[in-house]
Design a protein around this ligand. Structure first.
Ligand code: D5M
Ligand code: FE
Ligand code: ZN
Length: 498
């Protein structure tokens, strides 16, 4: 009778009711017959909606005669089985900084940190055919004037003079000055966008003094690649920036997401995704927090951190049990601000942890879902990158994320608004090429495929804040991003619409 109840519910959602004759007709069937009948019935209703809202047995029989021609993707399932329940979860945590975070920040750690960053990025560049033979700055400066040279070094300083860019570079042993003229267009464009403290390869010629004239500048970059994909059709829902506790938190929209995941609402093609959703990943800013910026209390509906998590737990706890849920902290969650951040602690986040089983990771983290590798990062450093990238604005987080992939680093510049804790190792280097790179923070939904990696910024569930209005930031809240792990195709569902 469970199936019959679901059919009645689905019909009600579509605006139809069964009269007694129709109900009796259905209860007279056996379970298997009823399942098939129900599936076809819903399909026909989508295809050729009956004019009468109350369906009798006669109408059911008439509809049974109609041919169906819908695409199988649109099959509204009154499924006896929900695909995501049938498929076992396949999740592996590849990297979680939580376990490795030390106290850090001694002078020794600081030099260790940069040495580790340099070595890792040098390793990436050495793996490339075109940069394999790069030398040190010392060797390059020993070359004769006008001789061709190729060095790997870190950008320490950037300045502009008479339309030319000058990069001060350092390879931990020596330093040099690189002159980049706008006439070398490719090199100039890279020099413009390269963040400070980024490791690059400079190809050029030796000039006087400590000067190198650049012909080409290469970032470590990711190779054009074929991503890993899942064997079967399974979807992951990517969320971020819930900001529960803020006056601008969109409770109705997020409530609808939960209803949709529980198959209570949604058009057939949206339901199709919910039925195949095996993972929900929440990439930080779960709550709005307390004291994150001056006078934030004026923007809070819930002024107690624990209560904010208690409210958030109502949503997280209502995600169906068969969906694995991964959470990360953002800059509004109560963990240290410096990257890498540890997982949300149990003392504040208690209600979340009690609400369901969770995979709670630090920021940034890496997981594999059915073999698909995801790099997860809240995205605080996107502010720094977006404000310094020429001809890019805050509505283009995907462009900043693309630059992070090219730099193979999540926050190259040290000492800007994004604080970095100098650990002995640099957790922010992108060592593995991700198949999906997921961030939030900017509150603007955008996605783009870059060399086989699906870049996704998952927007927010908070309407425009007063701060954002003052500085002219227009977010795109209430739009959900879902990704098919078999194809890496992205689908957006707008939960602000009814
Ligand atoms: O950040 C959401 C977006 O808004 C992100 O692009 C930064 C920007 N933002 C929001 N509040 C501030 C303040 N007070 N200063 C600077 N930038 C801000 P979120 O992490 O959700 O606050
Ligand atoms: Fe946010
Ligand atoms: Zn944020």
């Amino acid at each position: 009778m469970e199936h019959l109840r679901r059919l009645v519910e689905e019909l009600a959602l579509a605006g139809y009711q069964l009269d007694r004759s129709a109900y009796n007709y259905l209860t007279g069937m056996n379970e298997a017959e009823r399942t098939t009948f129900a599936r076809n019935l819903l399909l026909r209703i989508v295809q050729k909606p009956p004019s009468d809202r109350i369906l009798s047995k006669t109408e059911l029989l008439e509809m049974e005669m109609l041919e169906t021609s819908l695409h199988p993707e649109l099959l509204p399932s009154v499924a006896t089985t929900i695909p995501a329940k049938q498929i076992a979860s396949d999740i592996e945590v590849i990297k979680d900084p939580s376990k490795e975070i030390g106290t850090g920040s001694s002078i020794e750690d600081f030099s260790h940190y940069f040495r580790d960053r340099f070595q890792k990025q040098l390793g990436t560049l050495r793996a490339r055919i075109d940069t394999r033979d790069a030398s040190t700055i010392g060797v390059a400066l020993g070359a004769a004037q006008n001789e061709k040279i190729k060095v790997v070094a870190m950008v320490m300083e950037k300045r502009e003079s008479q339309r030319k860019l000058f990069l001060q570079i350092d390879d931990l042993d020596d330093n040099a000055t690189v002159l980049v003229s706008p006439d070398e267009r490719g090199a100039y464009e890279v020099a413009q966008k390269v963040p400070l403290d980024q490791v690059i390869c400079v190809i050029g010629v030796r000039a006087k003094g400590d000067l190198i004239v650049a012909k080409e500048i290469l970032l470590p970059d990711i190779p054009d690649h074929r991503p890993h994909v899942a064997d079967e059709e399974i979807w992951a829902v990517l969320l971020s920036d819930l900001h529960v506790g803020s006056k601008k938190f969109l409770a109705d929209a997020l409530g609808k997401v939960i209803d949709w995941l529980n198959l209570r609402i949604g058009a057939p093609n949206q339901r199709f995704i919910a039925e195949r959703t095996k993972y929900v990943v929440v990439c930080g800013d779960i709550v709005d927090g307390i004291g994150v910026f001056p006078r934030q209390e004026q923007e809070l509906a819930i002024t107690d951190l624990y209560e904010q998590y208690r409210e958030a737990a109502k949503y997280i706890g209502a995600i169906p049990d068969h969906i694995e849920t991964v959470i990360l902290p953002g800059n509004h969650d109560p963990v240290r601000q410096a990257l890498p951040q540890p997982a949300i602690p149990k003392d504040f986040g208690g209600p979340l942890y009690e609400s369901r089983s969770l995979i709670s990771l630090g920021n940034p983290a890496e997981v594999s879902l059915h073999g698909v590798r995801l790099l997860l990062h809240h995205g605080r450093s996107l502010d720094d990158i977006l404000s310094s990238l020429p001809s890019v604005n805050f509505t283009q987080p995907e462009k900043a994320m693309k630059l992070q992939l090219q730099c193979r680093h999540l926050a190259s510049e040290y000492g800007n608004r994004t604080s970095i804790a100098p650990q002995r190792v640099d957790h922010l280097v992108i060592q593995n090429v991700p198949d999906i790179f997921h961030s939030g923070h900017v509150h603007v939904v955008k996605y783009e495929n870059y060399r086989g990696t699906q870049i996704i910024n998952s927007g927010a569930w908070q309407a425009q804040t007063d701060y954002q209005r003052r500085v002219g930031i227009v977010p795109t809240p209430g739009i959900l991003t879902a990704v098919n792990l078999q194809t890496l195709q992205v689908r957006l569902i707008n939960f602000m619409e009814s």
